[in-house]
Design a protein around this ligand. Structure first.
Ligand code: BGC
Length: 760
């Protein structure tokens, strides 16, 4: 075949590579912004020209039949521009619950079905690869992007990421498992050096990625911005070639986070195949490194091959066109139901929820009741057509809402909105929520007299570039606490109930105010149907079955990493602005604690691994959540298979009066004699189907022998400790009365690895 007739297909990639010019190869490895002369002006996270508002695109090579490939965010749904110049049509996408809310469902099948819907929308809108899911661990509750991540637990995170990837990719759309690895803070994220031990990294922070890569083969993996023990994640050969590819068997493309890392040459060598969104200076740097011998051509060809192998799988390569017409109605129903399953009932004094049939008139307080928050800000945001507010949801469910209270709130918000919107200069930055309204203008006694019950929403949001503040984001501010207290007192005087809805991006402090309301429901950032989803639970149409995917400490000071995490209060505006510039080009240098360098001194003791081992009380433990019904467990059958796997079979019965689902959580307590071990670790979980009263389901869970292994830093191996393991079926991580069985296990080295990432 003559060279000019060559067209890419899945069988001729090596021939195509031989035929490619250097220019063409570099055009493929450096995203399409690399063709633009100026680096710094590229739009952050919006650089696709084919699909406006999508995060970026790869260059095509017409001569060889290589199409342009479009990458778009993100984890809560497809993020593209909702309108286009001179086109009389909208391009809205479904805003699904954020990842945090999805993991609170503990339902992998449901997460997969949301993945299918997201992949389907991506396909309709011309996105080839969805930049999701994100599997970073919730190391500290103040991380501004925790809402985009699943959990503090590696198993839950890994299984959720697997489910989402399998869902999206079943639609012929690629995924990008991100951000590998240790991107656990937003403050100075592009420069921060994460320092810690190999065991900590392997067992806690790399584990979700390892699980997802092995169980779902994402088409791409996105590297993190930060450094790891001195080396940028995107420049770490240990991480990208040796661990990700050789150890875990990853077969796809490694892509940078947008403008991530420092030297394109190092990235190419490390195995970071694709640089996104691409800068002209990267092309120049790579060319120079090739000519001066620093960068062998085989490396370039290897990376090109990885990219082309991915390109041939894309919808663009297959010639599918975008009809821009996804089934948003069906997806709206899905997001409504998915959000319901992730909501967690924290408190329900005297079974005050579901609201009794005679409750008809509701007084609704809190600014976010009227302006419900669907998701967080930044690349994880979605341009949705609408958000169902709490009052709309309640009205749809047949309640009548106190119009006087509504009027006062709406008037207040109108005035404040103008003032606050002005301050939200860059759309990508976290939004300043308007402060909670003081109650002076409301006569609470009369309102309590005129209504059957009260509902209060407390809203907190966060997003990229900034971590959460302790004082007005993690903790409730005084006007919010006052609101809960005063409304509760006024309604209780009349013998009426008060429910607090937490429309929040993560953990908030509850200890100082939770005694006041009768019920507290965590709605998280539940997507565009949020108000309907909450109403489904308040009315009892559905029964809560969400469980916390992270611990809720009594106080921020109880958090194990509290001294090793930046609080935004400590970062000067000047430094913060510098890190924004650093996002593009400059690199800050220095040694400032938690800014330039963050040390993971708490080691593997993250979240419940710390609270359970050190016996530190929490407000609500990992795995916690109430229901409107109750469940009993029969005596479980626990057997050890010949390969050491532990098989747990147990029957769960709905012993209450309404239908509901139960999350079955299996923890393991290792002997902890030869190795330092947390007192409990989640090793398996599942969720029952919806069980009617007195209905039973028998579930079987398997704990693979290898999953009992810990990482031995001295010997560089995964090792199972010999001795007696306690297998616990517990309602949550701190359940003091779990069902318990004992199993003896042999001590074996399950895998020996090379000593990667030990640069400190
Ligand atoms: C985020 C990524 C995102 C990318 C593209 C970055 O700022 O960290 O998660 O996929 O932008 O929008």
């Amino acid at each position: 075949m003559k060279a000019q007739d060559l067209k890419l297909d899945s069988t001729n990639i090596d021939v195509i590579i031989k035929d490619m010019t250097l220019e063409e190869k570099l055009n493929l490895l450096v995203g399409s912004q690399g063709n633009v002369d100026t680096d710094a002006t590229a739009a952050v996270g919006n650089s696709s020209t084919l699909v406006p508002g999508a995060a970026g695109q790869l260059n095509g090579i017409r001569r060889l039949g290589v199409p342009y490939v479009v990458m778009g965010d993100g984890p809560a749904g497809v993020r593209i521009a909702p309108t286009r110049k001179s086109i009389d049509k909208t391009f809205y996408c479904t805003h699904f619950p954020v990842e945090l809310a999805m993991s609170a469902t503990w339902n992998t099948e449901l997460v997969k079905s949301v993945g299918i819907a997201m992949g389907n929308e991506a396909k309709h809108y011309g996105i080839d690869i969805l930049l999701a899911p994100a599997a970073n661990i919730h190391r500290n509750p103040l991380n501004g992007r925790n809402f985009e991540y699943y959990s503090e637990d590696p198993l839950l995170s890994g299984k959720m990421a697997t489910a989402e990837i399998n869902g999206i990719q079943s639609q012929g759309i690629g995924t990008s498992l991100k951000h590998l690895a240790l991107n656990n803070q937003e403050t100075n994220r592009t420069n921060n050096d994460v320092r810690g031990g190999l065991r900590t990294f392997r067992e806690i922070y790399l584990k979700p990625f390892e699980i997802a890569v092995k169980e779902s083969q994402p088409w791409t993996v996105m590297t993190a911005y930060n450094r790891i023990n001195g080396v940028y994640a995107s420049e770490s050969k240990d991480l990208l070639t040796d661990i990700l590819r050789k150890e875990w068997g990853f077969k796809g493309v490694v892509v940078t986070d947008w403008y991530g890392g420092q030297y394109a040459t190092n990235q190419m060598i490390a195995g970071n195949d694709l640089l996104m969104p691409g800068k002209a200076s990267q092309v120049e740097e790579i060319k120079a490194s090739i000519s001066n011998g620093k960068l062998p051509m085989e490396i370039i060809d290897r990376n090109v091959k990885n990219v082309l192998e991915c390109v041939v799988k894309t919808r663009s390569f297959k010639g599918l066109t975008a009809d821009n017409n996804p089934d948003l109605r069906t997806h709206a129903i899905l997001t409504r139901n998915a959000a319901v399953e992730g909501m967690v009932l924290l408190k329900n004094r005297d079974a005050s929820l579901p609201l009794k049939a005679e409750v008809k008139d509701l007084a609704v307080f809190g600014r976010t009741s009227y302006d419900f928050i669907a998701g967080g800000t930044g690349s994880g945001d979605v341009n949705h057509a609408y958000v169902v507010s709490l009052i709309e949801g309640l009205k749809n469910a047949g309640f009548s809402i106190d119009s006087e209270v509504q009027k006062v709130y709406e008037a207040y918000m109108k005035v404040m909105d103008k003032k606050y919107n002005k301050r939200n200069r860059m759309a990508f930055l976290p939004k300043d929520l308007i402060p909670e309204m003081e109650l002076d203008s409301l006569d609470l006694n009369t309102i309590a007299e005129n209504n059957d019950a009260a509902v209060i929403t407390i809203g907190k949001t966060s997003g990229e570039f900034m971590d959460r503040k302790i004082e007005d984001n993690y903790n409730l501010v005084e006007p919010e606490k006052e609101l809960i207290k005063k409304v509760s007192e006024a309604f209780h005087k009349k013998g009426k109930k008060v429910t607090v809805i937490l429309n929040v991006c993560g953990v908030v402090e509850t200890n100082s105010w939770i005694e006041y309301p009768d019920a507290v429901l965590v709605a998280w950032l539940p997507g565009q149907e949020g108000g309907n989803s909450v109403a489904d639970l308040l009315t009892g149409k559905e029964t809560p079955s969400g469980r916390l995917p992270m611990s809720w400490p009594v106080n921020y000071n109880d958090v194990p990493s509290k001294d090793d995490f930046p609080t935004p209060e400590l970062v000067s505006k000047e430094d913060w602005v510098k890190t924004l510039v650093g996002f593009m080009d400059e690199r800050t240098t220095g040694n400032r604690k938690n800014f330039d360098v963050t040390t993971y001194n708490e080691g593997i003791y993250v979240g419940y691994r710390y609270y359970t081992t050190e016996n530190v009380p929490v407000s609500f433990p990992f795995g916690y959540g109430l229901s409107y019904t109750s469940f009993s467990y029969d005596k479980p059958c626990v057997i050890k298979e010949s390969n050491g796997d532990i098989k747990v079979t147990v029957s769960v019965q709905n012993t209450g009066d309404v239908a509901g689902k139960e999350v079955v959580q299996v923890y393991v307590s290792a002997p902890g004699k030869d190795m330092d071990k947390p007192v409990r670790e989640l090793k398996a979980f599942t969720k029952t189907r919806k069980l009617n009263p007195s209905e039973k389901e028998t579930v079987t869970l398997v704990i693979p022998y290898e999953s009992l292994a810990s990482f031995n830093e001295k010997e560089n191996c995964w090792q199972v400790e010999e001795g007696e393991y306690k297998v616990l079926i517990a309602r949550d991580a701190m359940d003091s009365n779990p069902l318990m069985m004992e199993i003896m296990q042999k001590g074996v080295v399950t895998e020996k690895v090379r000593p990667y990432l030990l640069s400190r």
